[in-house]
Design a binder for this molecule. Sequence first.
Ligand SMILES: Cc1cc2nc3c(=O)[nH]c(=O)nc-3n(C[C@H](O)[C@H](O)[C@H](O)COP(=O)(O)OP(=O)(O)OC[C@H]3O[C@@H](n4cnc5c(N)ncnc54)[C@H](O)[C@@H]3O)c2cc1C
Length: 475
Amino acid sequence: MLDRLRTIVGDKGLLSTPADMAPWLSDWRGRRTGKAIAVVSPATTAETAAVVALCNEEDQPIFPVGGNTGLCFGAVPESDRPNKPGIVISTRRMNKIRAIDRATGLATVDAGVILSELHEAATKINRQFPLYLGSEGSAQIGGLISTNAGGTGVVRYGPMRDLVAGLEVVLADGRVLSDLTGLRKDNTGYMLRQLFVGAEGTLGVITGATLKLYPRMSNGAHAWVSVPNPAAAVELLAAFQDRAGSYIQAFELVSASQFELVKRHIDRVRFPFAEIPRWSVLIELGSEDSTTDLSDIIETTLGGFLERGAVLDAAIAASQQQAADFWHVRHSVSEANKKEGIGIVLDVAVRTSDVAAFIAEADKVAAARYPQAVTEVVCHLGDGNVHYILMFSREFWATLKDEESFSLEIERDIHDVAAKYSGTFSAEHGVGRKLTEELQRLADPLRFELMGRVKQMFDPKGLMNPGVLLARGAG
Ligand SMILES: Cc1cc2nc3c(=O)[nH]c(=O)nc-3n(C[C@H](O)[C@H](O)[C@H](O)COP(=O)(O)OP(=O)(O)OC[C@H]3O[C@@H](n4cnc5c(N)ncnc54)[C@H](O)[C@@H]3O)c2cc1C
């Protein structure tokens, strides 16, 4: 197998010693580790197709990996068959921007392009690719598509699903489905490419994508606002929608408990208030029109709220540097949590108007059932997406007899609160290996059955990322 792989990808594209493979065998937080025969990094779509065809012939499972920043263990290689550990396929050597077109507003890129590289390429032609998240310096386009990533720009531009205009995918048998024309209008039947968005590598290996670009916001304004509670933040969002709906670039609600950890663990963070507010809202407005006074819009919208105490304090960024400082704090939360202890992150979404009630109820459940935890909230409020986090000390965690069951118990408790509000247990992180049981428990049975049939059709041998999303045998 190794010799045949080497013939396809050369020495440069093949790692097979445990030390060389180690970074690709564990998840970002180092919580779960798998095994593989080799980590293969093809340089082209043709090489990827040849590797996948070989795995198909040899019945070897295939584990695609991008930047390995996923939070649900979806890129951890864990084979489900004896004596077939499988092959990790990394897209890191497929990292070219194939074409970028300002008038059409499209970029066609290799799957291994890192998100921040695409941001830079778009800026050079006065466009933006509006997907923004804390892992943008490592996460790759293929991984971002496979998890249908979200982040802070979803409120205005939608998640990755809305930004994909075309895909190139190596199917489980090694054939290549190429759909990169990026046509805005094309009504010729089922839009198959959408099935691969959020499929977490279970249907094929994405090797290229055509992505939508948007005008760059040359004019921006940022505010950090202290609100008394989440309900006030929801009210504030509605007021901003009335006054400046089409300018809202981000609207993020964060608890003091979360920002305290950023202050504790992250270097060079600057907070605009002497004390971290109990609840903060980070607001970004953006426009391509430089004549609109966005800071004035923020000030006038906040004015009435300040008068009646529905906003307690506010800082408007006075410079680009201060705006960057605001975002540095916001984007550092995952890093800070990783340093603090063991965080159980629930990636829940409910309707925006139910966010405050969800948080209040989740707080009650957490206090009653898990008094050892400090709870944190990081919420993309415009999307109703609440990252509800229970943070445990490492010392407490070490006393647990069965960490996995304990985590699952927490997940079930908080997911049940979301379900009460017709919410979802996975808003943007995906299912991976972490939440397969929750998917089976909480998904509509018909939807679950149909997903199993889709999987069966694209991957009849069950070689594509087995055990991820749908546990084996589902459907
Ligand atoms: C600090 C930090 C902040 C984050 N913030 C956010 C956030 O705000 N919003 C958000 O949505 N996520 C966030 N994430 C999660 C993560 O960055 C996203 O899930 C991202 O989309 C993963 O991309 P990746 O390239 O690292 O994929 P990986 O972790 O490598 O893979 C993720 C999944 O996609 C599959 N996959 C990877 N590449 C391919 C491919 N080419 N073809 C087929 N399948 C493939 C893998 O098998 C796996 O199942 C954050 C993570 C970190 C560490």
